[in-house]
Design a protein around this ligand. Sequence first.
Ligand SMILES: *Cc1c(COP(=O)(O)O)cnc(C)c1O
Length: 403
Amino acid sequence: MKRRNIIKGLSILPFSGSIVAEAASFHTPIKPALAPKRDFFKELGVTPVINASVTMTFLSGSLMQPEVLEAINSTAHDFANMYELQDKVGAKIAEMLHCEAAMVTSGAACAMLLGTAAAITGTDPQKIKMLPNLPGPRPEVIMQKSHRYLFDQAVTTTGAKMIEVEGAAEMEQAINSNTVMALFFNAAERSSITHEQFLTVAKKHNIPTFLDAAADVPPVENLFKFQKMGFDLVTFSGGKMIRGPQSAGLLFGRKDLIAAARLNHSPHEAPIGRPMKVNKEEMFGMYAALKAYLERDHKKEWEDWLQRTKYIGGKLETLQTVKTKTVVDPGPANAFPSLFVTWDQSKIKTKPEDVLVALKTGTPSIVANSRNESLIVGVVLLRPDQIDVVANRVKAVLQQAMA
Ligand SMILES: *Cc1c(COP(=O)(O)O)cnc(C)c1O
């Protein structure tokens, strides 16, 4: 009996112990710098990677800004009503982006799904409940044939059917009573309908317009451009160059559509967007990311990127026959400078693809790119301390291949 009581008493010890520790920490703050650092990469045997490329989902997007980590850490200790949080965060983001309404989604793909769902269901609870299995003809979303891309599956997941058109006249002809939305892929390589024509046709027939600009900052101006043009809904990824949580994104635009999109999302229990929940910390984090991004000195950041390409280029050009140039991608996606590196392959006997393999499999692991005969070294996602590491590794790999 006694023993059992002791065990019973013991079972609450770790709990009360942690309360004591926490209470104590109010008086003697623990300095994180002094605490032994737990290395989760090591613990799980995951290889940390240096991203000398662009934001890529498989490579965990981007590194969150310090403000985002601050938001995540400092809000993790209290509960919040998720409806209120989405209200407040959405209102603030809408204010920052000069539009009617906004919400945080779990990435741009989720925003595409929710925007389409909103266009289909409005605020009708019956339709919201039934999606994607509505009775009657399938809702139709109009899109330019040359704009079809992998991500449009996020649209058809709602049960909507894609209607491909070429040219403004065909777009207008395609509109009928089943048309719920028109989707514009901002970074498409070719367009048979301009943004303006697209908006004119859609507005004439009262069709909501959705623009996917997921990867289209910089320039920061793009965050304002398309709602001003007249698009009803716009999305950007949170986890690309805005450097918010990878699993967050922005959906913003018309108030009625954002309200409908929210009804199709968590924290509501059952709608189509429920499996795409955004947690409290990510909502605060997305807000912090956007705020920090808007407040940043973009000119200075651009100068810094150019300095990086110049610096790495200078180091590499100390090798015979190596030539480098800074190339700014024309965008709209990934519109920033990178370093293109070429060499005489009869003197340095390796191809750009082989250099990529050597960088990736080396220590530290570095992911870069290549195009034709150029090695492409991305600089915008490097931490300051990684600039030298990348320059030295690329140089060493090239040096090794010298005849
Ligand atoms: C990255 C991307 C998406 C998906 O964005 P997530 O935030 O990863 O969901 C959609 N469309 C385009 C054009 C993108 O580049």
